[in-house]
Design a protein around this ligand. Structure first.
Ligand code: NDP
Length: 285
């Protein structure tokens, strides 16, 4: 069997077209969606992510503001900028690109962002709301995964879903969303005793580990939907996921590629959250 490829670029293009229409409608009524992005330090991968986010905004008619700080910037300067952006009614989303330099308290910075503008969905209050099924900004990567599952009409209710990884930004919210959708979810991590036992019974397998080609075809249940969140750079400079695509594609029923899978969907969902935040602000105005 050769798996169906879930094309994140194609799905993103469709969704971004819809978002551009919504952004244009809001702009015509006097509220242009606006995302402020803060980048601290010179990490090249972070610079690429920020550039992609800014370009994504521009193409969808969303205004973007970029604030760059040197690696040795005092945290108070960044917190001051966040306070200023929180108070600015023309800004609807605030994103601080992670990771921050070691002398920053990442949690304190994320908590400083107004819950109403937390379009990354990393604020503890948004996470709490999500866990209780209340209206919340959903973290972009797992939200993008849910859109991908929806796009191929993956049955979720009663499905066995296995998530490898339990980070705050991917694994944990991923498990919450799948649980809310009716799947029976198992979360695996570095302490999991028999990983293959779990992965081999998954109807839906999500890999968010950060280890290149970690999940091999023999770990996949025939016909499963395999979602590869990983982004790893190989010594030759090429990108690859946490799944060994070549062996997994012969076993899975559907699979996401890297690049061109979850990555573009993450940015699309960031744009979606920003447009949603702007439309909430317009309703309140
Ligand atoms: P983290 O490093 O925060 O988390 C990795 C998780 O994998 C941890 O929970 C860890 O377990 C688990 N893990 C590590 N080794 C093993 C193992 N041998 N067996 C089972 N589980 C293991 O990473 P992130 O969640 O932030 O990111 C994961 C990947 O996704 C990375 O490649 C990252 O670049 C990518 N990513 C991609 C995005 C996109 O847009 N496509 C967005 C965000 C991330 P433990 O908790 O026990 O340490």
């Amino acid at each position: 069997m050769t798996a169906r490829i879930i094309d994140g670029n194609a799905l993103s293009a469709k969704l971004r077209g819809e978002l551009a229409a919504k952004a244009a409608e809001l702009t015509a009524k006097g509220t242009q969606p606006c995302l402020a992005v803060i980048l601290v330090g010179g990490d090249p991968a972070s610079a690429v992510y920020v550039r992609n986010k800014v370009t994504g905004c521009e193409k969808a008619g969303i205004k973007s503001l970029k604030f760059e700080y040197a690696q040795d910037t005092a945290p108070a300067d960044v917190l001051g900028k966040i306070a200023e952006l929180n108070a600015d009614p023309s800004v609807h989303g605030i994103l601080v690109q992670l990771p921050l330099p070691k002398h920053f308290d990442e949690k304190a910075v994320l908590e400083a962002i107004s819950v109403e503008k937390d379009v990354d969905g990393f604020h503890a209050e948004n996470v709490g709301r999500l866990s209780q099924g209340q209206e919340a900004f959903i973290p972009c990567t797992p939200n993008g995964v849910m859109e991908m599952l929806k796009s191929i009409e993956t049955p979720l209710r009663g499905a066995e879903a296995v998530v490898i990884g339990r980070s705050n930004i991917v694994g944990k919210p991923m498990a919450m969303l799948l649980t809310a959708a009716g799947a029976t979810v198992t979360v695996c991590h570095s302490g999991t005793r028999d990983l293959n036992f779990h992965t081999r019974r998954a109807d839906i397998l999500v890999a968010a580990i950060g280890k290149p080609k970690f999940v091999t075809g023999d770990m996949v249940r025939p016909g499963a939907v395999v979602i590869d969140v990983g982004i790893n750079r190989l010594p030759d400079g090429k990108l690859c996921g946490d799944v060994d695509f070549d062996s997994a594609k012969d076993v899975a029923g559907a699979i996401t590629p890297v690049p061109g899978g979850v990555g573009p969907m993450t940015i699309t969902m960031l744009l979606a959250n920003t447009v949603e935040s702007a439309s909430r602000a317009a309703r309140k105005a």
